[in-house]
Design a protein around this ligand. Structure first.
Ligand code: BJW
Length: 224
């Protein structure tokens, strides 16, 4: 059995991490579409660093919830048969016990060198613009995928979607591509498709089956 699970902000909501497009989704009055862009960073790097520094610091105050730990049990059961792809840049899947997590939109606890492209684990603030540990001279930026940038590992994801027997989408609004297109891609190669989300997503009509409710209830019920 080959399974691809895609997670979004909704899986971390019950841990206390805000989602992007629900009522609490604005940051200092900005939509994420206005902040998470290379243009926003060029215009105001300090403000964008502040956004990510705050979210990085907030990780210490949150913990994985039953949805994260259920997906770790699924990994233990399926081994290489599972590809867990997350759009989230938090580390709650890892802290919930998953060992192989594909962060397609990057990671809060990683920095990206704008010069050499090196990726470095990072836990402090990026706001003070430290030099790159690899090339030593350039500016580090948050290691996250902004609008207009190409998500990480698309080849591996597409290969897994093409081979999947089952594609499951958890806690994502289906508003952002390419992740929003995974359901059609997987279905086109013959996978069954299941949505687990609080409310119908933008793409819920594309799934074979939809279950609506809290991820902390739905994911363990599905896994176990
Ligand atoms: C719960 C719950 C609970 C709550 N239980 N559920 C026009 C058409 C099509 C595409 C485009 C277009 N114009 C531009 C594009 C492309 C663009 C795009 O999609 N734009 C849209 C706005 C239309 N995409 C890109 O630019 C991407 N790159 C790209 O396309 O490159 C080209 C390429 C791709 C592939 C191959 C070759 C070339 C890059 C997108 C980068 C997105 N980056 C962000 C920021 C990352 C860093 C950060 O976190 O700050 O990623 S934006 C933000 O949205 C973040 C998220 O990962 C992403 C998705 O959000 P998510 O996770 O779905 O959260 P929400 O809040 O939207 O939804 C939460 C859901 O949970 C809701 O439904 C709730 O109901 C639910 N929920 N509580 C269960 N307890």
């Amino acid at each position: 059995m080959k399974v691809v699970v895609l997670t979004g902000a909704g899986i971390s909501a019950e841990s206390g991490v805000p989602t992007f497009r629900d009522a609490d989704g604005l940051w200092e009055g900005h939509r994420v579409e206005d902040v998470a862009t290379p243009e926003a960073y060029e215009a105001s790097p300090a403000a964008v660093h502040r956004f990510y520094d705050a979210r990085r610091a907030a990780l210490d105050a949150v913990a994985p919830n039953p949805a994260h730990t259920a997906l770790a049990r699924l990994e233990a059961a399926l081994g290489d048969g599972l590809l867990l792809v997350t759009q989230n840049i938090d580390d709650l899947h890892e802290r919930g016990g998953s060992t192989r997590v594909h962060h397609m939109h990057g990671e809060l606890r990683s920095a990206l060198c704008r010069g050499c492209g090196g990726r470095t684990p990072w836990t402090g603030d990026l706001g003070d613009f430290p030099p790159c540990p690899s090339c030593g001279v350039t500016e580090l930026r948050p290691d996250v995928v902004w609008f207009g940038e190409i998500p990480y590992g698309m080849d591996e994801i597409q290969d897994a979607l093409a081979e999947a027997d089952l594609f499951v989408s958890v806690g994502t609004s289906g508003a952002v591509y390419p992740a929003a297109g995974f359901v059609q891609y997987a279905a086109g190669y013959g996978a069954r498709t299941l949505e687990l989300n609080l409310v119908p997503s933008d793409g819920s009509h594309l799934f074979d089956e939809c279950r609506h409710g809290r991820a902390g209830d739905l994911v363990p019920a599905w896994v176990d």
